[in-house]
Design a protein around this ligand. Structure first.
Ligand code: NAP
Length: 248
């Protein structure tokens, strides 16, 4: 899919690898100035170099999404430097799996803080600048696990389901200001996150995916490109599953 994003500024959280990196590359290829964020400086440097080959105005920035003050300062600085933030992709996320009775409080808190509070922090911080321009596209990366559940992922499923409720509420709040807010719910995508899976678990999952393959970052990036494009200007509050049919 080709979209004209020339002159637009996009922030992609967790863009240093995996799905976020795929999304950032796709946005840059379509002309956007991408600011990718993550925690790991070395990885950010590498992805920044790759993105600058595509679109020289792209850059990487360290950002811990769970830290509200850090996020607010980052949004202010980005808007100050680049003069606009048109697109926000809330992609940063983690898993820390455990069956309910063995799950520690810290495991619950860490996953909720990164995955759900992180989306709140970034959306709140960036939305104020989108409101100034009366334009914005916010895409939150949820998961089909929010819709299906999965043993051992109560914390992750709750965080990703929370993102869907958040998306729908904020979509209603911002609709009149030409800001759309949507979610993408990927199935199993080949990244470091799914690399941890044992072969037996991977085979079991493959047998449940009607298309018979794991997804790629590009599959998710395609859905994001659509949601930030003019073609989707009347789409808000929607959850777009990208799962090869795993969840229908
Ligand atoms: N892979 C899947 O099958 C799948 C399926 C459904 C949904 N998702 C969702 O898609 C998103 C990306 O997943 P992925 O598979 O690409 O994951 P990944 O390869 O593990 O990458 C995670 C990214 O998030 C960043 N990150 C993690 N914690 C952070 C924090 N506290 N503050 C800022 N950045 C943080 C990481 O930065 P560093 O590199 O600096 O650590 C990295 O860039 C996640 O929200 C995930 O839940 C993934």
């Amino acid at each position: 899919m080709n979209v004209d994003l020339k002159g637009q500024v996009a922030v992609v959280t967790g863009g240093s690898r995996g799905i976020g990196r795929g999304i950032a590359e796709a946005l840059a290829r379509n002309g956007a100035t991408c600011v990718v964020t993550g925690r790991n400086t070395q990885r950010l440097k590498e992805v920044e170099a790759v993105l600058q080959e595509i679109e020289p105005t792209c850059r990487g920035a360290v950002l811990h999404v769970e830290d509200m003050a850090e996020v607010a300062a980052f949004a202010k600085e980005t808007f100050g430097d680049l003069g606009r933030i048109d697109i926000l992709v809330n992609n940063a996320g983690i898993t820390d799996d455990q069956l309910l009775l063995r799950m520690k409080e810290e495991q619950w808190d860490r996953v909720l803080e990164t995955n759900l509070k992180g989306v709140f922090n970034c959306t709140k911080a960036v939305a104020r600048y989108m409101l100034k321009k009366k334009y914005g596209r916010i895409v939150n990366i949820s998961s089909v696990i929010a819709l299906m559940g999965n043993p051992g992922q109560a914390n992750y499923a709750a965080s990703k389901a929370g993102i869907i409720g958040f998306t729908k509420a904020v979509a209603r709040e911002l609709a009149r200001k030409q800001i759309t807010v949507n979610a993408v719910a990927p199935g199993y995508i080949q990244t470091d996150m799914t690399e941890k899976m044992e072969d037996k678990a991977r085979d079991a999952i493959l047998s449940l995916i009607p298309q018979g393959r794991l997804g790629r970052s590009e599959d998710v990036a395609g859905a994001v490109l659509f949601l930030v494009s003019d073609a989707a200007s009347y789409v808000t509050g929607h959850v777009l599953n990208v799962s090869g049919g795993l969840y229908i």
